[in-house]
Design a protein around this ligand. Structure first.
Ligand code: AMP
Ligand code: ZN
Length: 478
C-alpha cells in the first residue's frame, strides 16, 4: 500500500499520515445542529468524513469515528450571539426542544443511511455529556484561562498564545470589533463563552446545575468534551466544513490544549462548501436550502448526489446545479449498466479462450495490479476522488482485463466510493434511454420541436415518460 497523504489545515501542507497507534485511526467530525433538516451542503461534510473513513478501512486501519449530535448551546452566530438554535426550532414548530432534537436527529440518520454513509462507532449527544464539559471548564478555571462576567464563564483567548494558528493569521480589527459590540462582557473580541447562566433570550428550556450556577454549555466546549471522551486527549484527525476553521475549531483547540497542556489533534481537515448556482453558500438560515429529500422527490437516487460530490475534490468549492446532478446520475447509471453486462458475461461463461491462454493471463494479472495500485495512489493522495473515479472508468474500459477481474476490482474500489455499483437494481435506467433523453434536451435547447417530439415518442416506445422541468428533465418508467 502506498503511504497516506492528507492536507492539514493547521500546517497548510500535505503531510504523510502517521497514526498515533499503529494500525488505528481516531477521527472526530463535528455533527449537525439538530434544529432543522440537514441541507445537501451539510451532507457533503459527512460524505467527506465517510470517504476518509472508507479510505482508512481500504488501507486496513481500524477506524474509531465519532460524529456528535449538537442538541444544545449552538447559538445563531458562531461567536456566541443570538438565540439557541434548538430554542428557535422549538418556537417555529410549537414543540419542545427535546422533540425537535429527536425529530431532526432521526432525519439526519436517515440521510446518512440514504447516502450509504457508514454509521460511526459513536454518535454522542451533547446533552448526554454535560458532566464531561463541566470537568474541562473546571480545569481551565484552575489553570487561569477563564473569567466570569455578566453571569457567564468566558475563555480568555489572550492567555492562549497560538490562538490564530489554525486560521493562519489574525483577522483585521474591524472584523473582530462586531463581536465585542454585541457582548460588552468580553475582554477581547475573540473570547468565548464556556458556560452560560445568563441568556438574553428569556427562559432557556435546557438547564443543568454547575459550579457556576444553573445553565448550559457553550457550543465549542461540547466538541472538545465529546471528542476527548471517546478518542482521548490526543487523537489523529478532526474534520468539519471550512466555516468552522476561524471560530469553532480555533476555539476547540484553545480550550482543549489549554486544559490538557499539550497538542490535542494531529491533523485538521476541512471540506469546502456546496454553493447554490450563483456562488452563494447554501445555508439553513436562507431559502436557498435543498434537502436530500428534495432530490429524492425529483426522482434522483441519493447516491447520484454522492457520485456528484465525489466528482469534485473535497477541498474544492462545488456549485450545485441540476445539470451537474443529471451528469452524475447518467454516469452512475452507465457504470451500473456496464457492470450488470459484465455480470451477465460471467454468468454465461463467455471469454473461455482468453482464460486458457497462460501468457495472456499473466498480462491480465499485471494490468489488474496496475489498476489497483493506481486507485490506491489516487485515494491515498488526500482523497483524490475525481481521479479515483477516472481510474474506475479506465479499468472498466480496459481491453485486456477479464470481466471477473473488473467486477472484483469494482468491488474493492466501491468499498471506498460507496456508490453501490454492484447492487442489483431493476430500476437502473438503460444507457440507451438516458442517451435519447439527452439528445432531446439538446433539441429543446435548439428549439427543434419536431426532433424533440420524435425523441419523446421513441422514449415512450421504450417505456419511459419524459417530464420537462424548468432547466432539466426527469425520466419516469411508465
Ligand atoms: P451545522 O449543522 O450547521 O453545524 O453544519 C454541519 C456541517 O456542515 C459542518 O461541518 C459545517 O461546516 C458544514 N457545512 C455547512 N454549510 C455547508 C455548505 N454549504 N457546504 C458544505 N458544508 C457545509
Ligand atoms: Zn464541533
Amino acid at each position: 500500500m502506498s503511504e497516506i497523504k492528507l492536507y492539514s489545515t493547521l500546517t497548510k501542507t500535505i503531510e504523510t499520515f502517521k497514526p498515533i497507534k499503529t494500525g488505528e485511526v481516531g477521527v472526530y467530525s463535528c455533527g449537525p445542529t439538530v434544529y432543522n433538516f440537514a441541507h445537501i451542503g451539510n451532507l457533503r461534510a459527512y460524505v467527506f468524513a465517510d470517504t476518509l473513513r472508507r479510505m482508512f478501512e481500504f488501507n486496513n486501519y481500524k477506524v474509531n469515528q465519532v460524529i456528535n449530535i449538537t442538541d444544545v448551546g449552538h447559538l445563531s452566530s458562531d461567536a456566541d450571539e443570538g438565540e439557541d438554535k434548538l430554542e428557535k426550532g422549538a418556537k417555529r414548530e410549537h414543540k419542545t426542544v427535546w422533540e425537535i432534537a429527536e425529530f431532526y436527529t432521526n432525519a439526519f440518520k436517515a440521510d446518512l443511511l440514504a447516502l450509504n454513509i457508514e454509521i460511526p462507532e459513536k454518535m454522542p449527544k451533547a446533552t448526554d455529556n454535560i458532566d464531561e464539559m463541566i470537568e474541562i471548564v473546571k480545569v481551565l478555571e484552575t489553570k487561569g484561562f477563564t473569567y466570569s462576567a455578566g453571569g457567564n464563564i468566558y475563555f480568555d483567548t489572550a492567555k492562549f498564545p497560538n490562538y490564530y494558528n489554525l486560521q493562519g493569521a489574525k483577522p483585521k480589527d474591524q472584523d473582530l470589533s462586531a463581536r465585542v459590540e454585541l457582548d460588552q462582557n468580553k475582554k477581547h473580541p475573540t473570547d468565548f463563552v464556556l458556560w452560560f447562566t445568563q441568556h438574553k433570550y428569556g427562559e432557556h428550556a435546557m438547564l443543568w446545575d454547575s459550579p457556576w450556577g444553573k445553565g448550559f454549555p457553550g457550543w465549542h466546549i461540547e466538541c472538545s468534551a465529546m471528542a476527548t471522551k471517546y478518542l482521548g486527549e490526543h487523537f489523529d484527525i478532526h474534520t468539519g466544513g471550512i466555516d468552522h476553521i476561524s471560530v469553532h475549531h480555533t476555539n476547540e483547540i484553545a480550550q482543549s490544549e489549554g486544559a490538557f497542556g499539550h497538542k490535542w489533534v494531529n491533523c485538521w481537515m476541512h471540506n469546502n462548501f456546496v454553493n447554490v448556482k450563483d456562488g452563494e453558500k447554501m445555508a439553513k438560515s436562507s431559502d436557498n436550502f435543498l434537502r436530500l429529500q428534495t432530490l429524492i422527490d425529483a426522482d434522483y437516487d441519493p447516491l447520484d448526489y454522492r457520485y456528484y460530490l465525489l466528482g469534485g475534490h473535497y477541498r474544492s468549492v462545488m456549485n450545485f446545479s441540476y445539470e451537474a446532478l443529471d451528469g452524475a446520475r447518467n454516469a452512475r447509471n452507465r457504470l451500473k449498466n456496464m457492470l450488470s453486462g459484465l455480470k451477465n458475461e460471467v454468468a454465461e461463461g463467455k471469454d473461455p479462450i482468453l482464460r486458457s491462454e497462460l501468457r495472456r493471463a499473466q498480462q491480465e494479472a499485471d494490468v489488474n495490479d496496475k489498476y489497483f495500485q493506481l486507485f490506491t495512489e489516487k485515494i491515498n493522495d488526500d482523497l483524490n476522488t475525481p481521479e479515483a473515479l477516472a481510474v474506475l472508468w479506465s479499468m472498466l474500459g480496459d481491453k485486456v482485463l477479464l470481466p471477473e477481474s473488473k467486477i472484483e476490482l469494482t468491488k474493492k474500489f466501491d468499498d471506498v466510493l460507496g456508490l453501490k455499483l454492484l447492487d442489483n437494481e431493476t430500476d437502473a435506467i438503460p444507457e440507451k434511454v438516458t442517451g435519447l433523453a439527452q439528445k432531446r434536451q439538446v433539441a429543446r435547447q435548439n428549439k427543434d420541436w419536431s426532433e424533440s417530439d420524435k425523441l419523446r415518442e421513441e422514449l415512450a416506445n421504450l417505456g419511459y415518460e419524459i417530464l420537462d422541468r424548468e432547466d432539466r428533465y426527469e425520466l419516469k418508467k411508465k
